[in-house]
Design a protein around this ligand. Structure first.
Ligand code: MLC
Ligand code: AMP
Length: 505
């Protein structure tokens, strides 16, 4: 028996494959049969170009039905799907392609020339394009390929996807996710959240991260359900389409934006049974305002790229504002001290996790991988929390130097390295401070060299050239020196305090 995730998904597709898998904003319907056939054609087109099982397929394309089907094609053929944030600049794509050595890179038609240069530099043999309107060389190749391609046999431990996350070193690391990792987590979620074939998920998340791709799509695919497929989050569109949906998943920014107008109310949510939130902390006040306005308690859950979803508030039972609930069925969670000794009720410590959902490791980084696991096999999340006497988990902070802005992770070290490269900069410290829309907003505190030092606009423009826009500081402040403790460590907590009101938060 195969452990291919595609085989598992396919086994749960509806018997009647003419059922819609998704419908787009313009009313185009893609049935399960359409998706299966196009996945087979895309797999064939890539395979004809020499892509084989275990090869990485790096993808930076705008959200479309075809983009999702490309993921299915990779699963079907045993290729390792490597999605990239569409906001990544060429420098960022260059690093990922150089590191992952993909056999093929699929990009937006407009980016083809740049991506060809990057691929050539790193010896990646094939560059294909995929537009949002069914255009592009991959779409063309798939159109003429036969709609037949076997579901390639995969072992549980074979890689299904690789998603890059940055880190304290500033360089992104590829989290290797296996067929077992994704299958185990998907099955936990579809059951815990009671997805059935009757569900319609309004999908407004990007599909290059775990939330929009795995959490959302696997629930739908494993239930044989349907989606309304939006290219991204637009408040008006979501409010107007919610009455046709039963479920919705979002980052906290989606929910604060939805609450920003009175047209979002009980009537708009009349057909809904479930709202889930994650990727960043949902403020208790947002949870409460949402419940008061709609009658729905948002189900907040907690997860990571490396681990999939870890805990969630109960489907039945109290969904507590500020808590991320209980471990999913196959997941174990503990709070531990610095020596990895388990702590008791309400004691604050590192959140450590175990289960079939935890990644195989970081691509080509065995030592870094080993550091992230304890001697007894628990993964260190880098988050700090406590478990109360009713077993609810509360995240109280982060041990890792990470900013989460609108659900996207920003690793300060990566931004600091880019700023420090500017002539006239001695050093910089990047922090996250409260932001009314994005939860946290990125701020840079820069020590200028004196004459010839850049101003705020120059620092921002330089960052935009080299970094995705969400990583770019929204404000830059100049100081004669950074506050340091006696060990010489920059006191980021102090900087965060000093700049806490920058965004009026
Ligand atoms: C866009 N901008 C952001 C930003 N998104 N800046 C900071 N943080 C963000 N998240 C920039 C834009 O480029 C623009 O910059 C300016 O901010 C205003 O843009 P906007 O039009 O308001 O942004 P919009 O396109 O509406 O995007 C906001 C958003 C989007 C919230 C809809 O960021 C989003 O879809 N976030 C979801 C993130 C997500 O899916 N995370 C899951 C990770 S998985 P300028 O300078 O051009 O004006 C994970 C695991 C888990 O973490 O547990 O789920
Ligand atoms: P990523 O690397 O993008 O997968 O981000 C994972 C991180 O997002 C976690 O380690 C947490 O710090 C954070 N996160 C995810 N969900 C939540 C949540 N519900 N509340 C607070 N933080 C969260």
């Amino acid at each position: 028996m195969t452990d291919s995730l595609y085989a598992l998904l396919e086994s749960r597709f509806p018997a009647d494959r003419s059922k819609p898998l998704l419908e787009t904003e313009d009313g185009t319907t893609v049935t399960y049969a359409d998706a299966e056939a196009l996945a087979a054609r895309m797999a064939r087109a890539l395979s004809d170009r020499g892509v084989t099982k275990g090869d990485r397929v790096a993808v930076q394309v705008d959200k479309s039905p075809e983009a999702l089907i490309l993921y299915l094609a990779c699963l079907r053929a045993g290729f390792v799907f490597l999605p990239m944030n569409t906001a990544y600049r060429p420098d960022e794509v260059d690093y990922l392609v150089g590191n992952a050595e993909p056999a093929a890179v699929v990009c937006r038609p407009d980016d083809e020339a740049t991506v060809r240069d990057i691929a050539a530099k790193h010896g990646s043999p094939h560059v294909l394009t995929l537009g949002t309107d069914g255009s592009g060389s991959l779409a063309d190749a798939a159109a003429t390929a036969p709609a037949a391609f076997p579901v390639v046999d995969c072992a549980a431990d074979d890689l299904a996807a690789m998603l890059y996350t940055s880190g304290t070193t500033g360089k992104p690391k590829g989290a290797m996710l296996t067929h077992r990792n994704l299958a185990a987590n998907g099955l936990d979620l579809v059951d815990s959240w009671r997805f059935t074939a009757d569900d319609v998920l309004l999908h407004a998340l990007p599909i290059f991260h775990a939330h929009g791709l795995f959490v959302a799509c696997h629930c739908v695919l494993l239930a044989g359900a349907s989606m309304i497929w939006l290219p991204g989050f637009t408040r008006e569109q979501v409010v107007s389409l919610l009455p046709r949906a039963t479920t919705f998943m979002g980052v906290p920014t989606f929910y604060t934006r939805l609450l920003g107008g009175t047209d979002f109310n009980r009537a708009a949510c009349a057909s809904m049974r479930l709202f889930t939130a994650g990727s960043a902390p949902l403020l208790a006040e947002t949870h409460e305002a949402f419940q008061a306005r709609t009658g729905h308690a948002i189900l907040e859950r907690y997860g990571m790229t490396e681990t999939g979803m870890l805990t969630g508030n109960p489907y039945d039972g109290e969904r507590r504002p500020g808590s991320v609930g209980f471990p999913f069925p196959q997941v174990e969670v503990r709070i531990a001290d610095e020596q990895d000794r388990p702590l008791g009720t309400d004691e604050i410590g590192g959140i450590q996790v175990r289960g079939p959902n935890i990644m195989k490791g970081y691509w080509k980084l065995p030592e870094k991988t080993a550091e992230e696991f304890t001697a007894d096999g628990w993964f260190r999340t880098g988050d700090v929390g406590r478990i109360d006497d009713r077993d609810y988990l509360f995240i109280v902070g982060r041990a890792k130097d990470l900013v989460i802005s609108g659900g996207y992770n920003v690793y300060p070290k990566e931004v600091e390295s880019v700023i420090d490269d500017l002539p006239g900069v001695v050093e910089s410290a990047v922090i996250g401070v409260p932001h009314p829309d994005f939860g946290e907003g990125v701020v840079a505190v820069v020590v200028p060299a004196g004459d010839g030092a850049p101003d705020e606009a120059v620092v921002i423009a330089h960052c935009k050239d080299h970094l995705a826009n969400y990583k770019t500081p929204k404000r830059v402040f100049f100081v004669p020196e950074l506050p340091r403790n006696t060990m010489g460590k920059v006191q980021k907590a102090q900087l965060r305090e000093e700049h806490a009101g920058v965004f009026g938060g």
